[in-house]
Structures are given as structure tokens and as C-alpha cells.
Design a protein around this ligand. Structure first.
Ligand SMILES: [Zn+2]
Length: 1016
């Protein structure tokens, strides 16, 4: 037979596009349209409904960037349409390719009840089926003129990302505002032809099925009268019925479709717009659930439920009803889909605490999957946190975005730093915005790496990023793909149903140990430094606030600020969303984040101050108490307690001028030599005589790179950035900043480009570390600033702190997997060691770093260079990213073992506080006699019982036994999960004895204890 395949395929494309789709709405009449534009920010629904309208016509421009217009459409269903299906078509000026990235609307009835959302892929509103002739139609649309930030030519700097700079030029033109007859038969024909046409394109050309489908399509097209599509659509469908009825082969891949809208809690829109995005999408999805009995919809991020509960109660009522019916499924169990690289231990734990608790309290639902489709890499600390939250599964597709290496599994056990294993699935469809296209379904089946031993995968289905969700077209296509020869099978299922089936069919999946590193978006560890510092500061202040408020509550009866802490935690958790903390949002988001963090800091400082004053007693007592919020003793103040400030001043520091320029600083522990350029040429650990700085190199060297990635400016740094570097060695001034027995310091000032930097290097009495405070007035564009420490250490691996422990990464680039990790995350420290001697670099400020190694020609020794990433200056999406003043604190700790790195990391992050009072001392609520056991949190139980919650983890990566002693009479201690519920999942040994608990923990194990004080 002659091969006319391409002829039929081209015919399908043209007839579908030019004749059949246009016949979906065979008749229409224009609606009358009027508009009111809110003068500033969005107004309450009642106000928008009541505001006076002025007429507007199709073709007219509307919508200044970020503005809100209330558009009213009115009309009458023509008598001739009685008995037919009538819809309103509302095209606000949509570009069909940009759902979620454009203008959007939420449709209301005159009584204020929501109907559904409008977006570029969802422009219809059902009026009636069957319609009554003469029916009056009145609808109101709350239309948001969200500007397009990410355009066809992407990543171009734009002023549109902040209301303050966006101007007032209208962004959209009303395109179609009609009442129309909807021809359901034509719509079904379109669905048939799309499914079969897309399937056909994926089938092997030498297989019979492809030709069966081709001939059926040809017969269907023959049956269509191009001058009467509506009259012949049914006949065309008959020609397709047989190929649509052919069942899938038994070995077909099985896809669990999950209705979904990935909604970024902020990104190319501000937080306040996400509130409305969620309302639009959930209004749409609850409407769709009513129309489609098989459909199941999943939404993650408790914060988004909380938003609509507060701001759109009429939509929330519908959500609550659908959740109760089991068809709207809360997923993820986290407050937001956060970044996981940067949040500290407690914050990562609290994401689950607050997320799961919200779902439990609002819906009585506890889901068991962590749902993080879009997060930029996953730390080795996460599995244990997921398990301690009472969950057991993880879903993400993001690792498929890795630039270099292809991950070997789609379903596997992911093992974290402590040995916890989590059953993990990467949807092979490689998107969280599946739209049921044949190409996507076929890709999922082909791409699935676990064929032969497993058959199931998941497909999050619906428009996402900016919301939108699943469409009726996706549901129609899924119905045809339920059991179709040549395709994977598709069923609407809840995430838990998928995971249970996947786990049952795959009892021994492969294991991946350690972090799930995303080989992309590495610059998100550095971009928007002030947002990142706000997060760190908030995390540290929350630790202190909980500790001191709990201590004051037990000791003095001061009321514990449950509600304030709950609210502040949720705000901090929200800002860990995977486009806020990573620094990849528009300017508006980061401007607001900085202001919010400043407010939170003030509130937390007040809480801390009030608790410490209560503990210190009457200020007239005149005693200066040193409060130590760190988990290690210092300045004679116990961890988590306070001691009188010592009268004896520590001393022993000295600074002398160096021959040839520069200074030598000493404190009896370290001898530090700064050369005439203000660079550190030597740091000797006097206890061992060991030199820290590699011969022939200089440490604390600031280095400037050009930084213009090929895509994703705020997200990405591409490896070639290293090809060009400028060492900032020019000095404006090098002076002694401090010369006292208790501390000595030098200050070095430099200027480069349009920027200046002042660094202060300080050596304190009794401290085995060199503190480096950096103040940069940064006015560069597309540059990357690093601080380099070339160390005389030979090692194949180094440690970087993560949640509840640390993980190791290689210092070499043997394979593509190691080479791809050219920028990585640290929490408070990076640590390198040779047997018997190590060095730590600690930080209170930054997350990104890189480690490289070279071998020196002169002596054959190895130089391992650690560089902290300080600042970037991308221009998209915020054209002025990181401009202005920044302060950083780092320190070099020679001779540090891993325990020293842990301790110094805490000490640099949690400065001591001095309060005048009458108390002799403040005993900590709990004390540990073993340094490897570190207190992560001390707080009162969230249930208001007055019980003390203490979270402890093994921090060194070994086994540790120790006693946690309480300074209050102890009635009982119960191991708990993160939600403070009694839990038998604790693996270590926890034995109550007297007023204390004997603990024996395994490497990196965390334990949450609920301690009940004896009454009286
Ligand atoms: Zn996202």
C-alpha cells in the first residue's frame, strides 16, 4: 500500500485547527461589558461588586500592571437557544500559552458566590444546559492585570516586577465577551481526535496500531462535512469508536493522574496575588469536581488553605466540603513547598509540624507523602525529618532538571545521613504541569527507569506555577486513556493510592544514599542575600525566644507566647518557599520579605528581652548576667542558661606591625599574619604548630567573577564563571581597629568597580578562631563575589552542615557527578581534616560555597580551597538584585575537629546577651553532659499543657550516650514525633532516671522528648 501517512497527519492538523475547533461555539451574541478599576490594591469582594461601572468594549485596553478591575458582563440568552448548552466566553486578552503568567479572573454571581476562575486555558463559564430562552445573565469578574514577567524572550530585565516601578500602561485588551452555544458533540470529537492524533504520533511506524489509528482518523475526516461540522460530528465520532475501544496491552505502564495546580506561593507575583491565585484555582477545581465524578484533585501547602480560609471564605467552604468527600486531597504535609537546602534543622521540622497540624485540625486528614515537585535539591537531613513527622513517602520531579547527569531511578529508597530510608518517586513524565498530551504520556512510559520490576508512576496533571489547575479537556483525555491500546493507562488517584500500589509492586527498590543534588539553580544559595539573612536571623531568634520564654514560664510563671510564636513561625516558614528564600522572585517579593523579617526581628527581640528580664530579676540588683542561648557552654554561662558576667577580663591578645607591611595578631592560641595587602598569609595553630594557610597563597582573598548564566539569571551560575576572575587585592586602608588585651583587630578597606568593602579581622582572647566581618556596599551588575581560603589540607572529602548533622562531598571531580557539584550548600560550617588535624570555616551569614583542590609544584602538598559565596548581581527577575549594603560574618577555626565545627557554628550564630538583674544565675531547664548531643530546641508543648519539649540530636556523626538532666522535678519523659505526639519510632535508647533522661543515640539521630514536670 502507498505510504500516505504524512498526508493524513497534515490533514488532521489543518481540519482540526481551521474547521472543527471553530465549530465548538457555532452561534454567539455579544455581552454588554462594564468595568470599575480599583484605585490601588485589591478590594474586598463586596466592595468590588458594589462599585460603580463604566462601559467598556471588546478591543478596549484595560489593566495597569498589578491593578484589579471589576468587570461586569450582562446579556440575555436568545429565545432560539432554548434547550441548548450555553456558555459565556470571557477572553480578557489571554495568550493561551501563558496560563498562570498573565491576567486572570475570578467569576462571581451577583450574590457574591464564586463560580470559577478564568485563565488563558479556561475562558468559559457554563450558563445553563439546557438553557431557557430569555434567561438573563449577570456575571462579575474580579480581573487581575498581572503583567507578563517571563516572556517569549525570557530572562530580560523588567521594571514590571514591582508595583512601585511598573508604571500604569494598560497590559491587556478585552478580546471576546460573548454568550455562545456550546456544541458538546464537536467538543467530544475534538477530544477524540486530539487523543488519537497525539497517540498516533508516538507509536512505532512499523506497528499495526499506528496504521489502524491513521485509517480511523482518515475515515472520520471523510465523514466531516466541512460546511456542516456540527451536523456531521457525530458521524465522524462513530468512525473513531473502534480504535478508542481497543484496550491497552497487559504490560502497559500505569499512570496515576493526580489533579494538581502547582502554585508558587510567590514568584513572578507578590504574596498577596497568590492568595487570589489560590482562590481562582480552587474555585475552578471544586467546580470541576462537581462535574466530573472520577476526578481527584490534590493541593499541597497548608499556607494556601489558610489564605483562602481567611480571605475567601466562600471558596474555602467549597474546598472543605470537597475534602470531606475525599476528592480534594491535602498533600505534602508542609506549611509551604519550601526550599530544603537552606532551612535550618528546626525550621525544616516545623514545616511539617505546622503543615500536618493544619490538615489535621481543619480536615482530620494526615497525609504521609512529602510533596515537593519543584524544590531545588534535597538535603541528606530530610529523610529523617520526614520520618519523624510521621510521613513515609516523597515525591519530586525536579531532579529531572539536572543539566549533566541523569538520575538512575524513578522509584527508589532515599537514604539520609542518619540511615533513614524514604520511599521516593520521581514522576517520569518529568513535569508537574502534565496536560494529558500524548507526548507526555508516552514520555512517562518510555522514560520510566524501573521497567521490568515496576509499572506505576504518577502524573501531576494541571496548569501550574501560577495556578490554573486541571481542565475539562485534560479530564476528557484521561478518560480516553483509561484503557487504550498503544498508550499507558491513566487513572485519577490520590497520592497515597499511588504510593501504596507502587510500594506493593516494588518491595526491594534500589537505594540512593545522601543528598539529591540538583545540577541546576546553584546560585539560589546566594541570590538576594538580605532575604537569606532575614531567614537565618529569624531562625536564630526563634530558637532563643522559645528557649527563654519556656525557661521564664517554668521559673517565673511568665505567660508563654503561644500565639505570637505560632504566627511568627508560620511567617518564617512561608518565606522559605522555594522562590522566596532562594532569591528567585520579583523585586516586590524581596522588598516585602526584608520588611517582614525586620518586623519579626523586633517582635522576637521583645519576647526574648521580656523573658530574660523576668529571669534576671529586678534590674536594681545591679548584677550583669550573661545569657547563652547556644547549646554549648561559654563565658562560664551554661548552655541555655545564664551566669554572672565574669569580673576577671580575659586577656592575652597582642598585635604588632609586620616587617614589610601588615600586622601579626596573636592570642596565645592562634598567630595570624596579615600582609600589607590586608590578606591573611599565615594562621598558625599554636597548640600544634600547624600552619593553616597553604604555602604561597593568601586567605580571605575576595574574588570577583563575571556571572551571566545562559538562562535563569537569579537561579543559575554556570560553570564557565570560573574561567575569569579578578583578585581584589588593592587596598584603600589597612589599620588597627582594636588593640586591647581581650581582642585585637585589623580593618582593611578596598574598592572595586562601583563598590567598596570593609573587612574587620578579629582575634579574641580565649577564642580559637579568627572572626571576619565583611561589610560590602555592592553596586555591581552580573558579578559573583567570593571569599577564598586556600588551606594546607590534603583530603578527598569535606563536611558541610545540613539539618541535624552534616554530609560529605568530594573535593575532587573524578566523575561528572562530582564535577557538577561546583556550588553547594552549607548551614553553619564547612569542615576539612587530615587524621588528627582539621580546620573549620563557620558562618552566620551565607549558604553557598565551593571547594576545589590543587597540588603544589613546589612541595607536592595539596591546597584545598574553600570559597564562601557572598553576593551576586543578576538582573532577572529583580533588575536590582542585591544592590546596596550587606554585612557578613565568617570565621576560620584552625585545629577544629567536627565537634569544634558544630560548636563554633552555633556560637557565631547565637551571640550572648547581657541583662542586668538581681539573680545569681539562671539554671538551664535541661543540661546535657555529652558534647556530641546537641539541643536543637527547648520550648513549651504546642498543646498548652505546660510540658517541656526538648529536641536533641547527635551532631558529630558517631554514637553518643549522655544524660539530659532537668533542673525541675521530672514526672515523666516520653519520646515524641515532631508534632509532639507520643511516638515509638525513636530508635535510640531513652530511659528516664531521676530528674533526667539517659540517652543513647546513633549517628545523627534526633529525638524529641516531652518532659512533664512533677506538680508541686
Ligand atoms: Zn514552583
Amino acid at each position: 500500500m502507498h505510504d500516505d501517512r504524512s498526508l493524513v497527519e497534515s490533514r488532521l492538523k489543518r481540519v482540526l485547527e481551521e474547521r472543527i475547533r471553530p465549530a465548538l461555539y457555532p452561534e454567539s451574541v455579544p455581552l454588554e461589558v462594564s468595568i470599575w478599576t480599583a484605585p490601588g490594591e485589591p478590594v474586598p469582594v463586596a466592595e468590588g461588586l458594589a462599585a460603580p461601572r463604566t462601559p467598556i468594549a471588546v478591543g478596549d485596553a484595560w489593566g495597569a500592571p498589578w491593578g484589579t478591575s471589576w468587570i461586569t458582563v450582562t446579556g440575555t440568552v436568545p429565545e432560539a437557544w432554548a434547550g441548548r448548552t450555553v456558555e459565556a466566553l470571557i477572553d480578557l486578552g489571554f495568550d493561551a500559552n501563558m496560563p498562570g503568567f498573565q491576567c486572570e479572573g475570578l467569576v462571581y454571581r451577583p450574590d457574591g458566590s464564586p463560580v470559577k476562575g478564568l485563565n488563558p486555558q479556561n475562558q468559559w463559564v457554563r450558563i445553563a444546559t439546557p438553557a431557557a430562552g430569555g434567561e438573563q445573565v449577570v456575571l462579575h469578574v474580579e480581573a487581575a492585570a498581572n503583567p507578563v514577567i517571563l516572556d517569549y524572550h525570557p530572562f530580560l530585565p523588567t521594571e514590571l516586577g514591582d508595583r512601585d516601578t511598573a508604571g500604569d500602561r494598560p497590559q491587556y485588551k478585552l478580546t471576546r465577551m460573548d454568550l455562545a452555544v456550546f456544541d458538546e458533540t464537536v467538543w467530544q470529537l475534538v477530544m477524540d481526535l486530539e487523543v488519537l492524533g497525539e497517540l498516533m504520533a508516538e507509536l512505532p511506524v512499523d506497528g499495526a496500531r499506528r496504521w489502524d489509528v491513521l485509517r480511523a482518523i482518515e475515515r472520520a475526516l471523510d465523514a466531516v462535512d466541512l460546511q456542516d461540522v456540527n451536523g456531521t460530528a457525530a458521524a465522524a465520532r462513530e468512525q473513531l469508536a473502534a480504535v478508542l475501544a481497543a484496550p491497552a496491552v497487559p504490560s502497559a505502564h500505569r499512570i496515576s493522574a493526580v489533579g494538581h495546580a502547582h502554585i508558587d506561593s510567590a514568584w513572578l507575583w507578590p504574596l498577596r496575588e497568590t492568595v487570589r491565585k489560590v482562590a481562582r484555582t480552587t474555585a475552578n477545581m471544586t467546580a470541576l469536581l462537581e462535574d466530573e465524578p472520577d476526578f481527584v484533585y490534590t493541593m499541597s501547602q497548608a499556607q494556601q488553605y489558610a489564605w483562602i480560609k481567611e480571605h475567601r471564605p466562600e471558596v474555602y467552604a467549597r474546598v472543605k466540603k470537597a475534602v470531606a468527600e475525599g476528592r480534594f486531597v491535602p498533600a505534602g504535609g508542609m506549611w509551604v513547598e519550601s526550599d530544603t537546602n537552606m532551612p535550618a534543622s528546626e525550621a525544616m521540622a516545623r514545616q511539617f509540624v505546622h503543615g500536618k497540624r493544619f490538615f489535621l485540625e481543619e480536615f482530620g486528614v494526615e497525609n504521609q507523602e512529602a510533596w515537593l515537585p519543584d524544590t531545588f535539591g534535597f538535603t541528606g537531613g530530610l529523610p529523617q525529618i520526614i520520618r519523624n513527622a510521621g510521613s513515609k513517602w516523597l515525591l519530586t520531579q525536579k531532579i529531572s532538571w539536572s543539566q549533566v547527569n541523569t538520575f538512575p531511578h524513578h522509584t527508589f529508597l532515599w537514604e539520609g545521613i542518619d540511615g533513614t530510608r524514604i520511599f521516593t518517586h520521581f514522576p517520569p513524565v518529568d513535569t508537574y504541569n502534565c496536560s494529558m498530551k500524548g507526548k507526555e504520556i508516552a514520555h512517562a512510559a518510555r522514560n520510566f527507569k524501573d521497567k521490568g520490576v515496576a509499572r506505576h508512576s504518577i502524573a501531576p496533571t494541571g496548569w501550574g506555577d501560577g495556578g490554573g489547575g486541571t481542565t475539562r479537556e485534560m479530564i476528557a483525555k484521561a478518560a480516553r486513556l483509561r484503557d487504550l491500546e498503544g498508550s499507558a493507562t491513566v487513572r485519577w488517584e490520590r497520592p497515597a493510592e499511588f504510593f501504596e500500589q507502587a510500594q506493593a509492586e516494588y518491595p526491594n527498590p534500589p537505594v540512593w544514599v545522601g543528598e539529591l543534588y540538583l545540577e541546576l539553580h546553584r546560585a539560589t544559595l546566594t541570590s538576594q542575600a538580605r532575604t537569606k539573612q532575614g531567614n537565618r536571623r529569624s531562625e536564630n531568634l526563634l530558637r532563643e525566644a522559645e528557649l527563654w520564654c519556656a525557661t521564664a514560664a517554668l521559673r517565673t510563671g511568665l505567660a508563654y507566647p503561644y500565639q505570637e510564636l505560632d504566627r511568627i513561625w508560620k511567617t518564617v516558614l512561608l518565606h522559605q518557599f522555594h522562590d522566596i528564600l532562594p532569591g528567585s522572585s520579583i523585586a516586590w517579593v524581596h522588598r516585602e520579605a526584608e520588611a517582614t523579617y525586620a518586623t519579626l526581628a523586633g517582635e522576637l527581640e521583645t519576647l526574648i528581652d521580656r523573658a530574660q528580664r523576668a529571669l534576671a530579676g529586678d534590674a536594681a540588683g545591679g548584677r550583669e548576667l550573661v545569657f547563652n542561648g547556644a547549646p554549648h557552654t561559654r563565658s562560664a554561662a551554661p548552655a541555655g542558661g545564664a551566669a554572672l558576667a565574669s569580673a576577671a577580663r580575659a586577656d592575652g591578645c597582642a598585635i604588632t606591625a609586620r616587617d614589610g607591611g601588615g600586622f601579626v595578631l596573636g592570642n596565645g592560641l592562634l598567630s595570624v599574619t596579615v600582609d600589607g595587602d590586608g590578606l591573611v598569609v599565615s594562621v598558625v595553630d599554636l597548640a600544634t604548630g600547624r600552619e593553616t594557610v597553604a604555602p604561597g597563597t593568601r586567605a580571605n582573598l575576595l574574588q570577583l567573577h563575571p556571572d551571566f548564566p545562559n538562562m535563569w539569571d537569579a537561579w543559575d551560575v554556570d560553570q564557565f564563571y570560573r574561567n575569569t576572575v579578578t583578585d581584589l587585592t588593592g587596598v584603600d586602608a589597612l589599620t588597627v581597629a582594636l588593640d586591647a588585651p581581650e581582642a585585637v583587630a585589623v580593618r582593611v578597606a578596598r574598592s572595586f568597580g562601583s563598590s567598596t568593602v570593609v573587612q574587620t579581622l578579629t582575634l579574641r582572647a580565649g577564642a580559637g578562631r579568627l572572626d571576619i566581618d565583611t561589610e560590602v556596599d555592592w553596586h555591581e551588575t552580573e558579578k559573583f563575589l567570593k571569599a577564598a581560603f586556600p588551606l594546607d589540607v590534603h583530603t578527598e572529602r569535606y563536611a558541610a552542615e545540613t539539618q541535624f548533622g552534616h554530609l560529605y562531598r568530594p573535593t575532587h571531580t573524578n566523575t561528572s557527578w562530582e564535577a557538577a557539584k561546583f556550588e553547594a550548600c552549607n548551614h553553619r560550617f564547612v569542615h576539612l581534616e587530615e587524621p588528627g588535624w582539621g580546620v573549620a570555616l563557620v558562618t552566620a551569614s551565607t549558604y553557598g560555597h565551593d571547594v576545589t583542590r590543587t597540588v603544589r609544584a613546589a612541595d607536592g602538598g595539596t591546597t584545598t580551597t574553600v570559597r564562601f559565596s557572598l553576593l551576586r548581581a543578576p538582573r532577572f527577575p529583580d533588575p536590582l538584585t542585591d544592590q546596596g549594603l550587606h554585612r557578613f560574618r565568617h570565621a576560620l577555626v584552625p585545629g577544629a575537629g567536627i565537634a569544634d565545627a558544630v560548636r563554633e557554628g552555633y556560637l557565631i550564630s547565637l551571640p550572648e546577651r547581657r541583662v542586668t538583674g538581681s539573680a545569681e544565675a539562671v539554671r538551664p531547664l535541661v543540661e546535657l553532659d555529652q558534647d556530641a548531643l546537641v539541643v536543637s530546641a527547648v520550648k513549651l508543648a504546642d498543646d498548652g499543657s505546660g510540658d517541656v519539649i526538648v529536641r536533641v540530636y547527635e551532631a558529630d556523626g558517631g554514637r553518643a550516650r549522655g544524660r539530659l538532666a532537668t533542673s525541675f522535678p521530672l514526672a515523666g519523659a516520653v519520646p515524641c514525633d515532631l508534632l509532639e505526639r507520643p511516638w515509638d519510632g525513636t530508635r535510640g535508647s531513652v530511659v528516664v532516671s531521676g530528674d533526667g533522661v539517659e540517652l543513647a543515640l546513633r549517628p545523627f539521630e534526633l529525638v524529641t522528648l516531652r518532659l512533664t514536670a512533677a506538680s508541686g
